[in-house]
Every structure is written in C-alpha cells, then in structure tokens.
Design a protein around this ligand. Structure first.
Ligand code: M6R
Length: 591
C-alpha cells in the first residue's frame, strides 16, 4: 500500500507461524537500510506500506504494519478511520494496550480480537469493516493462516494483481505492473481473500460480489502517474477525492465542526480581534478566497499578506492577533520566516498544511492538515483546492466558537461543501472542449483573467498557472479595476477569461457581465466561466464554460478547475515539461 505516502514505511512477512516485521520513519531507503542490517526470513506471504501520516506523526512506532491479537495479525491501512477514538476506548477497556497514536492500530486490535473469538481472516476482516466509519483500505495477514492475504476497501482504492503462481493486492497497479498486467479493481465495500491460486471477492456481509477485471496497458513509468501524461493532470483529476478527504471527519453527526488537530483553546479563539493570513503563490490566493469567507462568517477583520513582504513592513501584531499560514509543502522559507516573526510578536499561529510533520506545522501553535496526498507537479492544483476547503472549515469553526453563525447556517454551508467533490467531478467530466480552446490560443502573447469578489483570486490563480507552466504572459485583475488602467491592454483578439459569480447576488453578477461587454467592445476574445444556464452571459462569450450551481463563496472550488486544465493543455501543446517547469522548484526553501 503506497498511494499517498512517503514519510515512513514498513513490512511484515510470515514464517513458521510467526509474523516478522520491520518499520522505519522517513523515506523508504531508511527501511531498506534496516532490512539490510536486520534481514527478514524468506517468505511467500507479506504486506508492506509507505505512509502519509494523518493520526500520529511520522515515527517508527506509528509506521505500519500494526499488530493485533497479541502479535497474531499484522495490518496496514490507507485512509482515516473516523470512529477510531471510540474503538480505542472500547478496546482499551478490554485491556488492549496501544503502542502507537494511529487510528490503524484500533483496526488491527479489532481484527485480532475477532480471530481470537474464532473467525478466520476473511470473516474477521468483514466483521471489522462493518464496525468502521470513514475511508479505509486494509490489508492483513494472520500468523496462524500462512499463504493468505485479506484486504478490504471503502472510499479508498484497492487493486488486485492476478499473476501466475502469485497474486497481489495493492493501492495502485504501479505496485505490481512489473509482475502482471491482469488486474481486478475492487468495488466499494468489498473484501478480497487472496491465496496463491485463488481470489475470492465478497461484500462486507460475505455475499459473493461482482468484480471488474481489466488489463493494464501502460508501461511502468506511465503507471507511476496512473496512466496520465503529467502528474499535474493526474492531480487535477484527483481533486474531488482530495477535497472530500480534507472535509472527512471534521463534522460530527450531532452537527458540530470538530477540528481535533487545532490545539488552541476556544477562549483564546474568542479573544482574537484580527486575523492575518500569510502565504506565497497559490497558497496566498487561497488565503485571498478565505478572507471573503472568514470576514463574512466571523465578522473578524482578516488581512492577507504575501509572506515574503510580511515581516519587513513591521506589521501590527499582538496577543490578540491570529495568524493563519497556508503552505502545501510546509517548508516554504518566506512563510516560515513570517510565522517566526508573528510568534515573536506574541501572535498565535495556525498552519494549514498538506505535509505532516513539516517545519511550518511544527513551528506553529496548531495545524489543520489538508489531506490532498502528495502533490508532485510543481504547479499547485489539488493543493490549492484543498487549502481553500480547509480555509472554509477554519472560518466556519471560528464562527461556531464565536457564535457569529447559527448552527443551522453552519450546517447549510457544510452540506453544500460536502456536495462539492461531486460537483468538481462534474466540471472535470465537461473539460473536453478545453483542449480545442488551448489549440486556438496557444500562440497568443498574453492572456488576461478577470474576476470580482472570490472570482478575483481565482483569476489570479488562472494567470499564475499559465505563467508558470506555459511561460505565457498572463495577468489577473479585479474586474472593476480594469477601467483604471489595464483595459488599455485589450486589443483585437486578446484572450480575456472572465469568472462570473453565480446568479443570485445580482449587483455582483451584473457588474461582471458589464465588464465582459466592455472588453468585448474593444475586440477581446472572451472566455466566460459562469453558472450553467446563466441567461445573461451567452451573448457576450466567444467560449462559455458552465459550472454547476453553487453559492458565491464556494464557487472557487469549481471555477479554478477549467483554468488549471487550460494551462496544462497549453503547456502540453507547447511541448514543455509540465511537472517541472523551468526555474521553479516544488518547495521554495530559500528566502
Ligand atoms: O508549499 P507552499 O504552498 O508553501 O508553496 C507556495 C508557493 O510556492 C506555491 O503555491 C507556488 O506558487 C506554486 N508553484 C503555484 O502553482
């Protein structure tokens, strides 16, 4: 099981009725070194995992596999078990002693208990799955049942590789494509029981389940990108899952937002009189989106600052300032320096970060992790969208704590947020015409992006994507600012992308429609991103992209997607390395 992780790794094998295991924090080379120093017995049955920490830091102890049933079972897990705290309490009361901080160990202990009570590995796994809430892929072995591996999935991927004299289960075909191209994709809520010569798939109740066999047609290097030409394109398509994972487990059945990782007391959050968001690049644009939402929901003044400018302007900060920092990598030097300065001045710092255990969350008072999984393409895509989603969660949480929104108002936004992954998927499914548009515009010298309100940061983000991977001059403007200067750039055929707010806030919407007319009257080629069926815009759009209906504040989660894909297509047509554009690095660790 690999898929998302690279912060620790482990392996367990069966030999003569005993489970032997090794696990190590850090890159997989650390595990290699450990195995070279302390080799495992040769075995025909084993499981392995590389981790991307969610519950508990990236330490040797928290690395998988985890053991259950007094060492009888070993289990690895991808995903998040939402009800793990209740399960750990229940098992703890029965005398189970946990050795890690993970949610996974609760599943391992539950499985061990089922086997002790007489279930075999497959039935034990089904019983465990019936008790788990959240997202999980589990893979387990039983010391008393060699030659067998049982795996299960819910909301997290699982593939079976059908070999000759050998079979595999994995989070992705890339793990076994070296050995077989015959694969089976497991469906939702299914358990697979694998022996060397048989593969049996059931649902969680033990009923035979339909399977989806397929042939893998990619070569090994392409499989690492799951068949996509670029990591960026893959990451664009991962956005529905990434946003869903970021929202997962943050809202209780009783209707309260719970941000467990946020170790700043509620009283302290009530005392705050100003919020300053500091970040760089796309993360800064996510912060600009957040400002609109946070101020609207909490009525606390919120400033957004480019991190590299922050400490040089002697910002006004004290103990009642909350600094929110946003960083995908958690290692951006400008951002790190900004939060150090903020803490020296007495502010509390909350980090929104995608990388568990990175320096920025370590040096912050609290952290809210986005669960986007590793982002490899230098151009941030799922990183940006999950940062926006996490900012919404933080804004709503502050509103809950400070009592600036009623519970039913928070619930309404949370319901809408929960629906966005499916809407992002709808946008992704409708992107085919973007390639045509890219072919049409690939030779242009300059592209302008306009937006108002939260559409303005989306315009900035669309322009940044085009600059960084397609090396094409692009600028984003607040649509209303156009007439104060930038409209002089508009000439015959200049492409102008316009992000139109959803219908409903008529003043805002109508103003942007007027701005489209203004640039069109001066010869612009207009590409309009607007709500599907918006009757006001079609007449002024040379090309129109429809977005599903969503409220104004949440629209960035949808509107950014066609702009990301446009940049990816233009860069591809130009023959550039989309994932590693010139002069850039994924994490910028110098000021
Ligand atoms: O890792 P961070 O989120 O701190 O990175 C911040 C920026 O360097 C980053 O967003 C950069 O602008 C991206 N390449 C944009 O696509």
């Amino acid at each position: 099981m690999e898929y998302r992780g690279y912060d620790s790794a482990g392996i367990a094998v069966l030999d003569q009725g005993t489970i032997h295991w090794r696990k190590k924090a850090g890159k997989i080379t650390n595990l290699d070194a450990e195995l070279a120093a302390r080799p495992l017995p040769v075995s025909g049955t084993g499981i392995g995992h590389s981790r991307w920490a969610t519950h508990g830091g990236p330490t040797d102890q928290n690395a998988h596999p985890h053991l259950g049933g007094a060492g009888r079972v070993a289990l690895v897990h991808n995903g998040i078990i939402e009800n793990f705290a209740a399960l750990r309490a229940e098992l703890g009361a029965q005398g189970v002693v946990f050795t890690s901080e993970t949610d996974t160990e609760a599943a391992a202990a539950l499985l061990g208990r089922e086997l002790e009570q007489g279930a075999d590995l497959a039935e034990g796994m089904r019983r465990v799955c019936r008790r788990l809430e959240g997202a999980f892929t589990l893979v387990a072995v039983d010391a008393a049942d060699p030659g067998r591996v049982v795996a299960a999935r819910r909301n997290s991927p699982l593939m079976v590789g059908v070999g000759e004299g050998e079979n595999f289960v994995a989070s992705d075909v890339s793990a076994f494509i070296e050995f077989t191209r015959h694969a089976i994709e497991l469906g939702q809520d299914q358990v697979v029981d694998v022996h060397v010569d048989s593969i049996v798939v059931t649902d969680f109740e033990g009923r035979p389940a339909p399977t989806k066999p397929f042939e893998v047609t990619w070569d090994l290097s392409a499989a690492e990108k799951a068949g996509y030409d670029w990591f960026m394109r893959k990451e664009i398509f991962e956005q529905p899952q990434a946003v869903a994972d970021t929202l997962l487990g943050r809202y209780t059945a009783e209707g309260a937002l719970q941000l467990d990782e946020l170790h700043i007391g509620e009283d302290e959050l009530r005392r705050i009189d100003k919020i300053i968001i500091v970040a760089c690049g796309s993360a800064y644009y996510a912060g600009l989106v957040a400002k609109y939402a946070i101020e609207h929901w909490t009525r606390v003044a919120c400033e957004v600052e480019i991190a590299s400018e922050f400490r040089y302007r002697d910002p006004i900060i004290d103990g009642s300032t909350l600094v929110v920092t946003i960083s995908q990598s958690g290692e951006t030097a400008d951002t790190l320096m900004a939060i150090r300065h903020a803490r020296e001045q007495g502010a509390k710092v909350i980090a929104i970060c995608n990388t568990n255990g990175a320096t920025i969350p370590r040096e912050s008072d609290a952290v809210l992790y986005t669960h986007a999984g590793p982002e490899i393409g230098v151009a941030s895509t799922k990183g940006f969208l999950t940062q926006v989603a996490a900012c919404y969660l933080l804004g709503l949480y502050l509103a809950q704590v400070r009592g600036t929104m009623y519970d039913d108002e928070i619930a309404a936004v949370m319901d809408e947020l929960a629906a966005t992954p499916a809407l992002i998927q709808q946008v992704l499914d409708s992107l085919e015409p973007i390639r045509e548009l890219a072919i049409r515009l690939v030779n242009k010298d300059s592209v302008l992006f306009l937006g108002r309100h939260v559409g303005y940061p989306v315009a900035l983000e669309g322009a940044l994507k085009l600059k960084e991977i397609a090396y094409l001059h692009a600028e984003g403007f607040p649509a209303g600012e156009l007439k104060h200067g930038p409209i002089a750039l508009v000439d015959d055929g200049v492409p102008v992308f316009v992000v139109v707010p959803p219908q409903g806030r008529d003043q805002l919407h109508d103003k942007v429609v007027s701005n489209i007319q203004e640039v069109r009257a001066r010869g612009a080629f207009t590409v309009v991103v607007a709500e599907e069926g918006d009757p006001e815009v079609a007449a002024y759009a040379d090309v129109l992209f429809g977005l599903p209906k969503v409220s104004t504040l949440l629209q960035p989660l949808l509107a950014a997607v066609p702009l990301q894909m446009f940049a990816c297509e233009v860069a591809t047509l130009k023959g550039y390395d989309v994932d590693q554009p010139r002069n850039l690095a994924k994490s910028v660790t110098v000021e």
